[in-house]
Design a protein around this ligand. Structure first.
Ligand code: PHE
Length: 360
């Protein structure tokens, strides 16, 4: 058969096969069979060497022309097949927007955690770091270093959860307040110190306003020339921000704590005439926290010289503060794991409070 007839035949057959190829693998098989090293066209090309120059002048361009056209046809078909494949995939992977939405997630940030976050943001902005201590404490950190005299009623079993005595007879306790974190911080850090310590605390109490586990935030500042004025302005500023009022009015009443001297309780002006308590206005006062100047004995038990350094400390109940700010009348549902309650009072966990972006 004359070479040009063969070439023409190859072109017709291969063009048909290319058009009929249904996937990329099939197309590749065609390319190998016709244009590959051992393909039909390549074999014919080898014959060029045995031809007369005249024959070669005709057959050469004819072969090359077919080769070019088939190569182009293959890549065009390849592009087509790719498009078909991707469209098919898009069809099968398409979201069905007519499906009903997934049920709304009911998980939410507990108001107590929200208040922790809010106060941490406020105090961080005022230069406080966050400190931590264990829930299970020893007598030294929970009581002795905090200047509790040996017979102090708070050590008695009716307030404190004691653990079984160890081999030496010493009984660990579930910490009754976050104040032991003061001790741990002062023992481990040199002044100046500015920390808050949020955490769980435990006391044997159980009624409408008391739960055996509750939450506190401790604050501690130790530096040279610290005085009561610093304590007052720091707390007034922090609670104005917390209750989102211009300036909260605070009142300091003398009180007693073994680990502070002088000691005080801080109240905030509020209005209780309506259904909800309003902070920042009105003629009532609401007790918010305990505070005072760190007792010299406490500084000494941590190896800090009270002649050189002074400090102030405060401790507040977070559960009650959350009740106040978010108008929750009862403490008990806090710990009942009621989905409807957390749905109503909980916070979106991804909207963490910031001083600049808004607290609540
Ligand atoms: N620890 C005290 C309490 O639990 C609160 C407090 C902390 C008072 C720091 C003064 C200073 O009641």
């Amino acid at each position: 058969m004359a070479i040009d007839t063969q070439v023409a035949e190859i072109e017709v057959e291969t063009s048909k096969a290319i058009a009929a190829a249904s996937d990329e693998a099939g197309l590749e098989a065609i390319r190998v069979a016709e244009l590959g090293k051992k393909g039909r066209l390549s074999l014919l090309m080898r014959e060029l060497g045995g031809m007369t120059p005249e024959q070669r002048q005709v057959a050469g361009p004819a072969l090359n022309g077919v080769k070019d056209r088939l190569t182009t046809a293959i890549s065009a078909r390849k592009a087509e097949l790719e498009l078909v494949a991707i469209n098919k995939r898009l069809q099968s992977e398409r979201e069905d927007l007519t499906l009903p939405p997934r049920p709304e997630p009911v998980g939410a940030l507990h108001p107590v955690m929200q208040v922790f976050e809010e106060l941490a943001a406020i105090f961080a902005d005022m230069g406080f770091a966050v400190a931590e201590g264990p829930d299970i404490e020893d007598d030294f950190h929970n009581f002795t270093a905090l200047n509790f005299p040996p017979g102090h009623p708070a050590r008695e079993t009716h307030d404190t959860f004691f653990l079984k005595p160890d081999v030496s007879g010493a009984k660990k306790v579930l910490r009754t307040h976050t104040s032991p974190v003061q001790i741990r911080t002062m023992v481990n850090q040199k002044p100046p110190i500015r920390v808050i310590a949020p955490g769980r605390v435990f006391r044997k109490d159980w009624d409408a306003t008391h739960t055996p586990m509750f939450h506190q935030i401790e604050g501690l500042v130790v530096d040279k020339q610290v005085h009561m004025g610093h304590l007052k302005s720091c707390l007034t500023e922090a609670f104005s921000r917390f209750f989102e009022v211009a300036t909260a009015q605070t009142r300091f009443r003398p009180h007693f704590f073994p680990f502070t001297e002088p000691s005080a309780e801080m109240d905030m002006r509020c209005d209780r005439s309506g259904a909800e308590i309003k902070v920042g206005e009105g003629n009532d006062w609401l007790e918010i926290l305990g505070c005072g100047m760190v007792h010299p004995n406490v500084l000494r038990s941590c190896g800090i010289d009270p002649e050189e350094y002074q400090g102030f400390a405060f401790g507040l109940g977070v559960d009650r503060l959350a009740m106040l700010k978010y108008g929750m009348p009862d403490l008990r549902p806090y710990f009942e794991a009621d989905v409807d309650w957390i749905k109503h009072y909980g916070f979106k966990p991804w909207l963490l409070p910031t001083v600049t972006g808004g607290l609540s």
